[in-house]
Design a protein around this ligand. Structure first.
Ligand code: ADP
Ligand code: MG
Length: 332
């Protein structure tokens, strides 16, 4: 059975000639003018696959841009221009309240980053939204997935797993307090891209990716691109009090809840935090950056020579994991 990446790799990857970096990273890179490279990326949200059709249209407008800005953050790029391809059902095309809220949500985030919408395409069919984003980054300075080296520390920003936890909550697989639900649903619906962090990591981090498909899947992309292995400590992966609560030993009785929480943390996806690697001798720079920016930055493991990703549990034994992350063609 073809995975998402089998389809891409077998049918759509060709050598590139007029491009600094082609498919395989968070964005492609093109030399556009002296001293500046363009970072270009596209992401699509499909109704009932990436979001429920009855979702608040303002948050949908925010999210469809946020997931693209997150790829710019992963490259250390400053987002500048976007195009928007909208496929609308007949009902939505006539729903002025929906369109007004969707476009307001989109432009509120675009304005925050001075991103200009320069074009797009509008057509009829099942609700489906694509945004293409173009950003600028200093020549040859973009953060790539391929730069990790043995000995690098592995870092992640923010908390992981809350968006996936919110989805489990919405599907009534687990309960959250009202306060926990508000925070987790915000992580799911209105993620904030780590643009400033990505830019600050230029000349500091050796590799970076944004976590959209789950920590294990996305860190594995860094490992594959860089030709290295990694070990991470489960206990060091940053999570919110809500998620930590579900990991408590008493939840082993209700084993499924704890297992769900572990899955949310490791392979939940929709986090839009950054995972990056930094030489050990720049550890202080990251600590300073965390203090200055107020962003939680957690050191979760080490890059090693070899191949593969090991997650160590509390007892320092490797955790046995079934699946790495989200794949569009083998999702349960
Ligand atoms: P991300 O999660 O960062 O958005 P994806 O996992 O969607 O990245 O894609 C991985 C890489 O494969 C990206 O560099 C993307 O540009 C490339 N890619 C995805 N689909 C195609 C396609 N149909 N043709 C060419 N390249 C593709
Ligand atoms: Mg990405």
């Amino acid at each position: 059975m073809n995975s998402e990446f089998d389809v891409i790799n077998r049918y759509f990857i060709r050598p590139w000639h007029n491009t600094l970096l082609g498919p395989g990273d968070d964005a492609a890179l093109i030399a556009c003018k002296p001293g500046i490279d363009w970072a270009i990326s596209i992401d699509t949200l499909v109704a009932e696959r990436h979001f429920f059709s009855d979702v608040d249209p303002a948050t949908l407008g925010h999210k469809v841009l946020a997931v693209n800005l997150s790829d710019m953050a992963a490259m250390g790029a400053t987002p500048r221009w976007a195009t928007l391809s909208l496929t609308l059902t007949e009902t939505l095309a006539q729903d002025d309240a929906w369109l007004n809220a969707f476009s307001s949500g989109f432009f509120a985030l675009a304005d925050q980053y001075q991103v200009e919408l320069i074009g797009g395409d509008t057509t009829g069919g099942p609700l489906n939204i694509s945004v293409q984003i173009i950003g600028e980054v200093e020549r040859e300075k973009a953060l790539r997935r391929s730069g990790a080296r043995p000995g690098d520390d592995i870092w992640v920003s923010g908390y992981l797993g809350d968006a996936a936890l919110a989805l489990q909550f919405q599907q009534q697989h687990l309960a959250l307090t009202a306060q926990e639900a508000v925070l987790c649903l915000a992580a799911l619906h209105t993620p904030m891209p780590r643009i400033a962090l990505g830019k600050a990591l230029i000349n500091v981090a050796r590799s970076a990716i944004d976590i959209s498909d789950g920590l294990l899947a996305d860190l594995s992309h860094i490992l594959d691109s860089s030709g290295v292995a990694a070990t991470i400590d489960f206990d060091k992966i940053p999570c919110s009090p809500a998620l930590k609560n579900k990991l408590q030993p008493e939840n082993t009785v209700k084993n499924t809840i704890r297992q769900l929480a572990i899955d949310c943390l490791l392979r939940g996806g929709d986090d839009y935090e950054l995972c990056f690697t930094v030489p050990e001798n720049r550890r202080d720079a990251i600590t300073r950056l965390a203090q200055e920016s107020g962003i939680l930055l957690s050191r979760i493991g080490k890059i090693m020579p070899g191949k593969g990703l090991t997650v160590l549990g509390t007892d320092n034994n490797p955790l046995i994991l079934k699946n790495k992350g989200y794949d569009h063609f083998s999702a349960q």
